[in-house]
Each structure stands twice: as structure tokens, then as C-alpha cells.
Design a protein around this ligand. Sequence first.
Ligand code: ARG
Length: 562
Amino acid sequence: MDYKQQVADALTAPLDGTLTTEKIKDLIETPKTSKMGDLAFPTFTLAKSMHRAPNDIAAEVVEKIDQSQFEKVVQAGPYINFFLDKSAYANDVMSAILSQGSHYGDYDEGHGGNVPIDMSSPNIAKPMSMGHLRSTVIGNSIANLLTKRGYHPIKDNHLGDWGTQFGKLITAYKKWGNEADVRKDPITNLVAYYVKFHKEDVEHPELDDEAREWFKKLEDGDEEANRLWKWFSEVSLKEFQKVYDLLGVKFDMYNGEAFYNDKMQEVIDILKDKNLLIESRGAEIVNLDEYNLNPALILKSDGATLYITRDLATGIYREREFHFAQNLYVVGSEQTYYFKQVKAVLLKMGFKSAERMEHIPFGLITVNGKKLSTRSGRIVLLEEVLNDSIALAKKQIESKNPDLKNKDEVARQVGVGAVVFDDLKNERILNIDFNLEEVLKFEGDTGPYVQYTNVRAKSLLNKAGVTLNTEGYTLTDPNAWDTIKLLDDFPQIVKEANDKHEPSVVAKYTIHLAQAFNKYYGNTKILTKDDALEGRLALVKSVSVVLTEGLRLLGVQAPDEM
Ligand code: ARG
């Protein structure tokens, strides 16, 4: 509902052409407390152009406003404060939600424009860590938001599946590995070979030569090298898939780094053509002085391509394939500088679409205060964290609701939802510390708290057992007012979250809505059989619809019972 518009319209004639309706709308504010009114128009701008005291203008204009469509309109110093007709407002908001259901808040801003999202992107033969969790769940939620705003997201898993490290891995496997072990526990064993390689090559530098040879063979299409690489990829992907299944995240493409191997020559050709490649100590670099950035290393002295060479190919490929409206990279903030370089090189190459390329950074994640890293050997496996969370959720359900029927399924929804919600509830750029006990609390700003509030709403509706219409409700209870206003905000929240690619806007909103509703619930006998019963139930239903949709946008499920 566009109440700002209603207020702006009501002010247009009384202001007698001094300001356009558009301009009036821009000036409208929300008072600090709802006691002062729901919307306010400040007269300072007018005072300046009319050379008159703001208070006088406010007093004069308020007299000319047609008050019939509002509860009341009053002057307060330099402000004109509008109190909306609460009954009509409540009915408007609830009717919109009950008739549109999960489509409440949809808006076709994107007109189906393609938006590739580079997300998750773990490295083959390494464990997917809590660090990759962030990219996966942030990317997934950004995709949901884009869809709700009419865009067509394309979720692309840019796997780290190429590079000299695979020469090392093949060397190590051939020396110390065996097939049965890899089959049994792929990632653990592949990591062990890799770690052993790095230990051994301190005293046996010739290992590095061997590794280089194997990588060269891999690049030249050697049968054995490629067979092993493919196998390592497959077993790794199978492991990753377990995590994606738990999270319920699906991808549209798995175009890892290796996918761009045959697209690399063109990158080099364009750079050469435009005289952008400069030789520096045998390697080839692109100067980025004009962007105030360090030069980008494009080719190593032995002619091998790098991570950035593959990202340049990726940028070009995505432009040609998708003619994207935006091209997003959900990657940790430690790569911010790197993505500036990628963008700058693409622009120098003449790809204007790189202007629409955006790195979406996020902060570090620690677990119980400890950093995650594969090199130091402290590996926190994401799958384990999720399974631990599910187990703890199950325990809580056992004690709170022992008779619940589908306990395992609900434990999964709550356990996984708790981890995802915790990741998304703070501005993504902030560092977060993950603590299982904290994220699973049923009180506080947690996923389970929002899920539980929704379950409460649903059980109220079940108890009442009435079928609700989609309009014609009266609800004038002042206790309901905060909840109604929050419900009205939802479309705007979705817009803001999408504009900023910031799921935390939605997560925080669901917490606020849950809090407002719980307060209402605590102060009101909802099921009392009086004239306003249906109005109250319509509110309960509206809350449940919006909480469910908010959680869905975050990639969190909303159980019916828990
Ligand atoms: N595999 C990389 C890592 O784990 C992330 C890839 C990000 N995407 C990209 N297009 N560079 O750090």
C-alpha cells in the first residue's frame, strides 16, 4: 500500500502548486514514534522558498486538507502529522497478503534479465569448509531475491578444478596413494597426499619438477593425467553434493575453472592485439596504473595461465552467453582487490559489460573463535557442522515435543535452518563467529525463533479451524498496529535487500516481525469469539504467510510443527 502516495495526493491541492506531488512524496518522513503519527510532512523546504515561518505554513496548510480519508491530521510545530485510517489500512495490508500468498512482495523490476551468480565454488580435492558455506547460502538467497524482483538468476559453481596443484596431487597419488582409500574417503585421503607432498618436497625439490611435468601432461591432454584429474573431480563433487543436498541448494551450472581451458587462447590473443601484454621478468602482465591497481599477472614465465586468466575468460563467456543485466561474484572479502583487477583488465580489453560486474564480498567465519584453514590442518567440515546441528535440533525437539511425528525431517529443517539463518542475519561484510549452541536457541535472534513463531501462528489457525476470506476485515486493535505496519513494509524490504544484495535485511526483518507478533500474541486473546475474531485470524495468517516467504528467501524451511 502506498500510503506516502495517499498523503502526497492529499497535500497537493492545499499546497497550491508550490511543490509537485512527486516532490512532496520525497519529503514525507516517518515520525519517531507512532504516537506522533504514521507519516509526517515537514515544511522547512517550503519555508525557505516562501520566506515564511515553517510553523505558520504548517498551521495554514493543515486547515485545507481533506481529513475524511484519515483518522486525523494535526499540526505539530513545523510538521503536519498524518494518522492513517487504521481499519482501512489493516484491511488493505491483510487483503493484499491473503490474496497474493507467497507472491506478496513480488515485483517485476528485472524483466527476466539474466544475472549469473558465481557462488560456492569450492576447490576440488579439498574439503568444503565453513568458509564456502557463506558463499553458498548468501549466493542462494541473493538468487531468491533476484527472482522475486523479476530477474533470472543463473547459479554458477565456479569450481577450483584447475591449476598447478593438480600436478602435485597426481604426483603424490602416484607415489603414496591407492585407489581403495580414495574410494572410501576421497577428500581426507586426497588432502593427506597433498600435505605429504608439501612436507616431502622441502627435502626433495625434484618432486616439484615431477609435479610440473604432470601438470603439463594434464594440459596437453595426456590420457592418464586426465583420467586421474577427472576421477578426483568426480569424487570431490560427490562429497560437495551431500552438503548441497542438506542445504537444499541447487545450481544451474558447474562451470569450473577447467571449463575455460579452451577459451584461454582468445583472452591472450585479444590482450596481444590491443598491445596490453607487457613482458616482466619472463612473465606477461597487464599494467593497471590508470586504475590505481598493481599489474595483473596473466601468464607465468613457462606460459602457464593463472586463476585470473580463467576469470577473464569467464567474464567474456558470461557476456556472450547471457547478455547479463548484472554479473555477480559471491566471494570472500579477501579477494576484493583481485576482483578489481579482473574488472579493470576486462574494461581495458574493451568489454564494457564489465561495468555490470559486481564482487559481493563477505567477512571471515570463525568457529568457536578459531580460524579455519586447510594448511594448518584445522579443517572444519561443513557436512559435520550441519549434521551436528541437526543432531542438536533433534535433541531439543525430543525434550520439547516428544510426540512430534516426523521428528527427523523437522530436525533437519531446524538444524540446517539455524546454521543458514545465523550466516545471513548480520551484514554479510562482517566477520562472524559460529557457535552451535547459540544458533540453535529457540529464543533470541535465531532461525529457530522465527520458525517457532511461525509454528505458533499456524497452530492458532489450526485450532480456530475457520476458512478465511481474502478481504473485508476489520481490525482496529491498537496492539496489532506494529505488526500491521511491519507486514506492510515487506515489499520494500525485499527491494532494499535485492538492491544491496544483502539477505540480512530480510533476516532482520523476520526477527522484527516475529517479535512484534509475539508481543501481540502475548497481549491479546486471539481466539475469543467476538466480532473481530476473523480480523485477528487474518492477521495471524498474514504473519505466517510473510514469515514463511521471508524464510524461503533466505533458503530456510518453515516447518508446520516443531
Ligand atoms: N575457488 C575459489 C576459492 O575457493 C573461489 C572462486 C571464486 N570465483 C571466481 N570466479 N574466482 O577461493
